[in-house]
Design a protein around this ligand. Structure first.
Ligand code: TAP
Length: 485
């Protein structure tokens, strides 16, 4: 007897992407070989299959990229009018839209995220960032950015990004930098370089002047060479708090500017008057979206004691319906963990949660037998001191704590070294506003979670970093005060 309807496989075709067997660095508008010929492989985390060999930039390559960016800044991009710069950004945005399917498939192959997320979230938002900033390029004087009437660019920007939203993080970095008249050298994450390299081809297609965008692939050492380079005017970094601290130490005492977008341990607060089924959907998108590889994930659920059992029961039932598996299947909800290292980190922290006495529940799903996978997991009986309540797991793992009063909810939510995001679920607007006012988090969502828009600034408090990205505030991070005339 069948017990319900089964989904038929709905695989997206990978024929739309053409992955080269190897890639060089993108420096001065061309793909070039690294000075010492070093390379590393990038794999599909859902299968372990090698996708391509990618050049590993050493210090000499980073230096060549910074020099190309400096030349482009001095000779072409810096002197260009905002209106002309805007045209290039509009062109890039349109090409991203035209090639959206290609980008989505490539992102999913290299990252492991479900195709429906790269198709419906990552790529459209990346294009939206370029459209938004294209519109600002000729209006910076009216953006109210500084006390000065004429904001001026900083020069050459070094940008280092993580692997969880590869193209989207690139867009968050490159679009505002270019709109404000800077040139860039960007290092993508080691495990997800392919969409950045496809973006380099988009720059060629858009006839972007050589050297305005340079992409240096590599691992941590490449990022370090970029942050240490003396001719970089600003570093914009997104990644872990540990590496962010190292970078802050590296550039302390230099003239370089720095913005840091770091880790988080977001609280998602559910009051007893919340619409519970909607809250459950918000909890799911808060922590299981993108396998929980989200800096602003709602990884700590704070639920009012009187509804806690009901919420957890409904959450478990909902997790039982999530489809975990092939990221290229259009019905997949939860894809592959990005790398063996990340899987090991998640497994170790979940082990620590069990050892410290929290109760683990994992969704009863069948995991593929190759690639990197972790079933959606919930910890209950969690105390504030547990590592799973304090440390960023960066995986599909939720820690549930309870509270009795709004004051206790706020105290527990703020009891973290981080301060990136939070969510509040309640039927009462006054309660939402009272709570939001007291939360030390850069972004607070009310009766929703993980909503992004290029017009809305994003960034952290405390160990989640400093500086804002997107919106008018994000432009501010890329300009200096010019003269008043
Ligand atoms: P990290 O290990 O910090 O890596 C981030 C980037 O820095 C990667 O490109 C990495 O290269 C590079 N890097 C590593 N060591 C470096 C060094 N010493 N100097 C300069 N660059 C170095 O983080 P991750 O594991 O890729 O990403 C996950 C973290 O990013 C999480 O903590 C997450 O919360 C955070 N994140 C924050 C945000 C925002 S907006 N706040 C958004 C997304 C992610 P490799 O790839 O070779 O290691």
């Amino acid at each position: 007897m069948p017990t319900g309807f089964e989904y038929a496989p709905a695989p997206e075709s990978r024929a739309v992407v053409d992955i080269a067997s190897s890639y060089g660095l993108f420096v001065g508008g061309e793909f070039v070989d690294p000075a010492d010929g070093a390379s590393f492989k990038t794999v599909n985390p859902a299968t372990g299959e090698r996708l391509s060999d990618v050049a590993e930039a050493g210090a000499a390559d980073v230096d060549a990229a910074v020099r190309a960016a400096r030349r482009a800044y001095t000779r072409v991009w810096g002197p260009m009018s905002g209106a002309e710069r805007g045209k290039y950004l509009f062109r890039i945005a349109r090409i991203l839209q035209e090639r959206a399917r290609e980008f989505a498939v490539l992102e999913t192959l290299d990252n492991g995220k479900p195709i429906k997320e790269s198709r419906d979230v990552d790529i459209p938002l990346a294009a939206a960032h370029f459209f938004y900033h294209a519109g600002w390029a000729d209006k910076l004087e009216y953006a109210g950015l500084t006390t000065s009437a004429r904001p001026t660019p900083l020069g050459v920007i070094g940008q280092v990004i993580p692997w969880n939203f590869p193209l989207l993080m690139l867009a968050w970095k490159i679009a505002p930098a270019l709109a404000t008249g800077n040139t860039v050298v960007l290092k993508p994450a080691e495990t997800t370089p392919l969409t950045a390299l496809l973006f380099a081809q988009v720059c060629q297609q858009a006839d972007l002047p050589a050297g305005v965008v340079n992409i240096v692939t590599g691992a941590g050492a490449t990022g370090q060479a970029l942050t240490e380079h003396p001719d970089v005017d600003k570093i914009a970094f997104t990644g872990s708090t540990d590496v962010g601290k190292q970078i802050a130490r590296t550039i302390a005492g230099t003239r370089k500017r720095l913005t840091l977008e770091l880790g988080g341990k977001g609280a998602n607060i559910v009051y007893d008057d919340a619409a519970i089924d909607q809250a459950v959907e918000g909890i799911v998108s808060g922590i299981y979206f993108n396998q929980g590889h989200v800096c602003c994930a709602g990884s700590r659920l704070l639920v009012q004691e009187s509804v806690a059992d009901d919420v957890v029961r409904r959450l478990q039932r909902r997790l039982g319906t999530l489809r975990v598996g092939d990221p290229m299947d259009k019905n997949t909800d939860v894809g592959a963990i990005n790398s063996a290292e990340q899987l090991a980190r998640i497994t170790a922290l979940v082990g620590a949660g069990e050892a410290e006495g929290a109760t683990r529940w994992s969704a009863p799903c069948e995991l593929p037998d190759r690639g990197y996978w972790f079933a959606p997991t919930i910890f209950t009986d969690v105390s504030q001191a547990h590592r799973v309540a304090q440390e960023e797991i960066f995986g599909p793992v939720l820690s549930v704590l309870t509270f009795r009063t709004p004051a206790e909810a706020v105290a527990k939510a703020n009891n973290t070294p981080y301060g990136l995001s939070a969510g509040i679920w309640s039927d009462k607007g006054s309660r939402v506003l009272w709570t939001a006012d007291r939360l030390r988090a850069g972004v607070v969502w009310a009766n929703s979670f993980n909503k992004f828009d290029p017009t809305s600034p994003f960034g952290g408090y405390k160990e989640s970093g400093y500086g804002r990205e997107a919106g008018r505030h994000g432009l501010e991070a890329y300009v200096a005060a010019g003269s008043e005339d």
